[in-house]
Structures are given as C-alpha cells and as structure tokens.
Design a protein around this ligand. Structure first.
Ligand code: GLN
Length: 489
C-alpha cells in the first residue's frame, strides 16, 4: 500500500511511534522509487544519509514531543527537488548533458529552509532540459511517462516533481515555474501546484531560465501539504535582489484571515475558451456552478490579451534564456566536451562543448540571441516588453473588479507522447492559460478537479493579484476543490 497520508496525519501517527513510523515511511518510499517506471527521479540521496537524519529526528521527537513540529514544521516530510535547484553536494544536471557531472557547491535558499524545517530530501527530479518544455519529453536523461497512462506525457517542465508526488514517491516536491511548469504537470498528473507571486520565494540557487519570470513553488497531493511547504519556503532573502524585502514576503495568516468570505470570481467568457477539450469545457461549467452554490459570486470576464500572451512570453523567455545560458561554455562548469581539448581555435572550443545542449535549448538560445541582436531588438524584445507591461496593467484592472480568476490550466488533458514534438506552435500553445501569471508576476494555484472520458485528470487554476497567494489556497479549499480523489494514483 502506498503512503497516501497528508503530512499532518503522518506527524500525528509518528508521535505515537517515534522509533518506527518514519523508518517505515522511508522504506516504503524507497521501495516505490526502485520500481518506478515513470522516470521521476534522476538521482537519489544516499540511503545512509536519510537514515541518519531520520534517527536524529526520531530522537528529537522522543524528547520534545509535538513541540518539535513548531520548531520544525517539515519534520519527517519526504521531499523531492527539481534538478535545477541546488542541493549542496548533489548533482545539478538541469536535465542537460552539459551539466552531466556537475555537483552543486552550495544549497538554494529554499533548500536551506526546508532542511532547517526538518525535511528529508530524497533526491533530484527529472525535468525538461533547463526547464524548457511543456511535456516532459525534453530531458537528456530518462524518458518520462504519465503515471496512469504510459502512452501519454506527464507535462513539463517540472515533470519529475509532479510524477514523484502523483506516484506517491515523496510527500511533496519543489518545482520551478517560468511559464506554467509547475501548474501544467500538476494538472496533467492530478496534483496541486502553486506558482507564487514573483519575489516571494527566493530564486537564489535556482538555475536561471527566464529570470524575470522564474519562481520556485511546491507540488503536493493536498492543500494542507502545499500550505505547509509554502510557510517554509516563502520569505525575503538578501541573496536574491528581486526578493520582496517586506514582511509580505512571508506566508502570512493575517492575509488569509482577510480573505473575503463571499469572493467575486471571474470565469472566462466563451471567446477565451475556443479549442478547449469538450470534457474540460463541461467541467468548467460544473466548477462554476459548484463555486456559485458554495456561496462565491461568479461573473464572466474577457481576457482579450490571452492570445498575445504566448508570443510575448516566448520572446521574453528566449531572450532571457540566451543571456542566462551563455555561462555554460565548458570553461566555468562541467562538462567540457572531449573534442574541445583538440580545438585549435576559440570558436571550435565553444562549439564542441555547446553541442552538448539539446535541440530545444539550442533553438531557444538562437532565437533569443536573434531577437536581442541590433536591428531586431526594437521589433522583438522591446515590443514584447511593452506588451508585457500592458498585459500586466490590464490584468490589474481586472483585479480591481473581481478578486480572482478561475481558468483552465490547459486546453487538453495529458496528450499523447510525441504528438506535439514536431509541431512547436501547438506545443507552445499548451501554455496559453499559464504564462499570463508569470508575465504579470501574480500567483496562481493549480488544483485537480475531475477526470476526462479516458480517466485522465482535469485540473484548473485560480489566479489572483500579487500577494494573494494565501487567499488562493483558502478559496480553492472552500469553493473549488471537490471531496473526491482525482489524483493519478
Ligand atoms: N513551457 C514553457 C516553456 O517551455 C514554460 C516552462 C517553464 O515554466 N519552465 O518555456
């Protein structure tokens, strides 16, 4: 039987058996990871390390009792980390051959916080190379599969983060979201996933893809687990210059208390829902009725700028990626290609190492460098940056009238493997409903809701203005989630 307890339920049962409950859970998870066929994990932390951490925690629990959970709210929580977030001494491949042997010399701020809070880090999770992708098919290492439908993708780029949670290989995980990479795989696999307000979670130790868009966030099987993780990882950090330096950066129960008990939710008008899979369309109506019957006020809104958001996002993301990824040159980081030692010219030296990037990453670096080059900068990057600002302004105006927008996460449920690999435009359009939150820097929470005719999870998201993260969790709980298990397993 796979562990399906929430963290809080586990901690309660652990109190009764401090010596054995955690050992049993660790054994269960390690056993599941060994037989896992979905490609969730890229590497595991040594079992001896986990066991000795567990022993220390068990001793602390014996002496402190439940006081331990005040000081260490993640005590005994088994977590997995997307392999673009640094954990000192562990591999940090970003799913790329270019970082194959690279080990992180320090830990990300979120990792330091989780460890201090008593979490047990199980290992590094699979991802689309450098977090570029929507399907989980761009990893240079293991192929990923949907947890219940092996012919389907699991979504990306935080593919392993969703798989590990949905497959009950860990309690919760951390992913990163630049344009939907937490929310899309969460929805495809039937889990929760939170993309925080930009600046509320430190990016220190996250390998940058699009720095003005990237945020680290948690994925989980329950809202209570998600909140527990958020309380630990949120907060300002002097090591991240874009971190919000106020108390608003921390997870704040006062904010949740001020959540309107009869919130006004905007649901998208028909013209924003073209091309939606019929079952998702139907469930969107069900969700609307559900929210209304539970007491929320519901209105229709037209986000006319949705169509512009995808091209604007991809121009900005690729420009930032081309700049961020220039650091991987075979000089400063592993790996240096063997051929580079034979190079007689500088160009040859760079070319041989940078050939280790996969094709999606190369494409984006080239397109980004092109859009930033003199003569094209004004037409592409500058224009995209201006439209981005207009989108953020329009969205903020919408939030003057309503408190949150409830929208699909994706037009379809998990699609077939290979289906969009040869059609980049179709692949990019997988992000139609997710990129707006990143462009505007606002929070969005993906939650599982129902299933389609083939039994694939259908997820939706709730997106609010900046700093409404806590309220989104409360509203999702009160108005949007159903008391049925729609998880993948
Ligand atoms: N699918 C989007 C992209 O490839 C989003 C990726 C992400 O959020 N990391 O850019």
């Amino acid at each position: 039987m796979k562990n399906s307890q929430t963290v809080l339920a586990f901690q309660e049962s652990w109190l009764a058996e401090p010596r054995v409950a955690l050992d049993k859970k660790i054994a269960e998870y390690l056993g599941s990871i060994v037989v896992d066929q979905t490609g969730a994990f890229l590497s595991q932390v040594a079992e001896t390390k986990l066991r000795s951490q567990a022993e220390t925690l068990a001793n602390e629990l014996k002496t402190q009792g439940e006081k331990l959970f005040k000081e260490k709210p993640l005590a005994g929580v088994c977590i997995g980390i997307k392999d673009n977030i640094a954990v000192e001494g562990e591999q940090l491949t970003c799913g790329s051959r270019i970082l194959e042997k690279y080990r992180a010399p320090y830990s990300a701020t979120v990792i330091e916080r989780c460890e201090k809070a008593g979490a047990l880090i199980f290992g590094k999770l699979n991802l689309d190379e450098f977090a570029m992708g929507s399907s989980g098919e761009n990893s240079a290492y293991l192929k990923t599969s949907h947890p219940t439908h092996p012919d389907r993708v699991c979504g990306g780029s935080s593919s392993g983060s969703a798989l590990a949670v949905a497959g009950r290989l860990v309690d919760t995980s951390l992913g990163s979201d630049t344009g939907g990479s937490i929310r899309l795989p969460a929805s495809f696999c039937g889990t929760f996933g939170l993309k925080p307000t930009y600046g509320r979670v430190s990016r220190y130790g996250l390998v940058a893809y699009g720095s003005s868009l990237d945020q680290i966030g948690p994925l989980s099987n329950s809202l209570s687990d998600l909140e527990l993780m958020a309380r630990v990882i949120y907060g300002s950090d002097p090591r991240d210059s874009t971190s919000v330096q106020t108390e608003l950066a921390g997870w704040n129960s006062e904010v949740s208390k001020s959540a309107n008990p009869r919130p006004q939710f905007g649901f998208l008008a028909d013209n924003c829902l073209e091309g939606l899979q019929p079952e998702i369309r139907l469930q969107y109506e069900v969700l609307k009725e559900q929210a209304r019957s539970k007491g929320a006020q519901v209105s229709e809104i037209d986000l006319g700028f949705l169509k512009q958001s995808v091209p604007v996002y991809y121009i900005i993301a690729m420009c930032e990626a081309s700049s961020n990824l220039s650091r991987f040159d075979g000089v400063r980081y592993q790996s240096r290609a063997a051929a580079s030692f034979e190079a007689s010219k500088l160009d040859e030296f760079y070319e041989s190492t940078r050939a280790l990037f996969g094709s999606e990453v190369k494409k984006r670096i080239l397109l980004g460098a092109f859009a930033l080059s003199s003569g094209y900068y004004d037409d592409y990057y500058l224009k995209a940056a201006k439209v981005r600002r207009l989108i953020a302004q329009e969205l903020n105006q919408v939030f003057q009238k309503i408190e949150a927008i409830v929208l699909p996460t994706s037009s379809t449920t998990a699609f077939k493997k290979g289906e969009r690999q040869t059609d980049p435009v179709k692949m990019f359009l997988s992000d139609l409903y997710t990129v707006v939150a990143n462009l505007a820097g606002v929070p969005a929470l993906a939650f599982p809701h129902s299933k389609d005719n083939e039994g694939l999870p259908i997820g939706f998201q709730i997106m609010g203005p900046g700093f409404s993260d806590e309220k989104l969790v409360i509203w999702a709980e009160q108005y949007l989630t159903q008391a049925i298990d729609v998880g993948a397993k």
